[in-house]
Design a protein around this ligand. Sequence first.
Ligand code: UD1
Length: 334
Amino acid sequence: MAKILLTGGAGYIGSHTYLALIDAGFEVVIFDNFSNAKPDVPARLQDIAGDRVHVVEGDVLNRTDLDAAFAAHQIDGVVHFAAKKAVGESVEKPLDYMHTNVGGLLNVLAAMEAGGCRRIVFSSSATVYGDTDVQPIPEDHPRTYTSPYAFTKIAGEQILEQLTDDWAVGILRYFNPVGAHRSAMIGEDPEDIPNNLVPYIAKVATGDLAKLSVFGDDYDTPDGTGVRDYIHVEDLANGHVLSLKRLIDTGESHTVNLGTGEGSSVLDVVRAYGAACGDDIAYAIAPRRDGDVAVLTARPDKAKAELGFEATRTLADMCRSSWAWVSGQRRNDK
Ligand code: UD1
């Protein structure tokens, strides 16, 4: 069975993809510097999956670390998650973002070439579409950046598009990944006050934060609040399995959206989370957040046609799994 290296494999999406790949029968090696992942993630993955977890502790900015991973393992494919992802921080530290996200990708590609591996799945984002009225968004919509973070994702895609045709590349544009694994043993675990909606609501539900600020209720949407395409992280993880299978089986590169095609408003999420945790989520309407768009939803048909990908989990599933994870962690902390 093919052996896959996951850079950033201990992170939120990486750890869920680890489990989906193990379920599908792949061998998996995690490469992570644990800068944005808890050190106990590999032990948790081992508890869930049962088998020993292979981890190489290393940094994508350090070519020697990457070479060591390729020397220790015969790698057939790479999923490159390791990157920085906070839009606001990228505006403060643009060079940091270019260095890690673009420089890191270049290092990974060079190490892959030296190691004789030319199959890569790249974590891209719906952020590459910028602010557009075209909804749901098809993959051939022009790319444009509204932040240094978005710039690094477009640059990453463009670098991959320049590779020679003996490379097989899967570019996956994530919409809004939320939720947690069904085991409730891994999930999203932000250190600071969360920027993103669902982790923030989760902290209101646990009582760690008093109330959610809803950023704007005067958008041109059914209830005036922002609409997004939330996708369960386990569905998203399956998208990586399908992408890798396609690269391995056919060698055909692809660029696809990973979303559900369904839009939910901020207030839809507030209600769904309230139902999941059995308590109302306190909120107040606040001004719009800089850089936010009214609506962002995926056209999901290309991923279905090319990968056979279809998201099956509902917003209620996403909120229930998030709550099971967050409330379980809280019990453990006590
Ligand atoms: C953000 C990033 C995006 C990144 C994604 C996943 C921006 C502008 N975009 O997407 O590039 O890929 O996270 O990490 O940061 N909201 C509130 N109150 C809150 C938080 C959010 O009302 O406290 C609203 C937002 O206005 C938006 C929706 O909830 O309408 C979703 O926000 P969020 O979870 O931050 O995701 P995005 O902004 O869509």
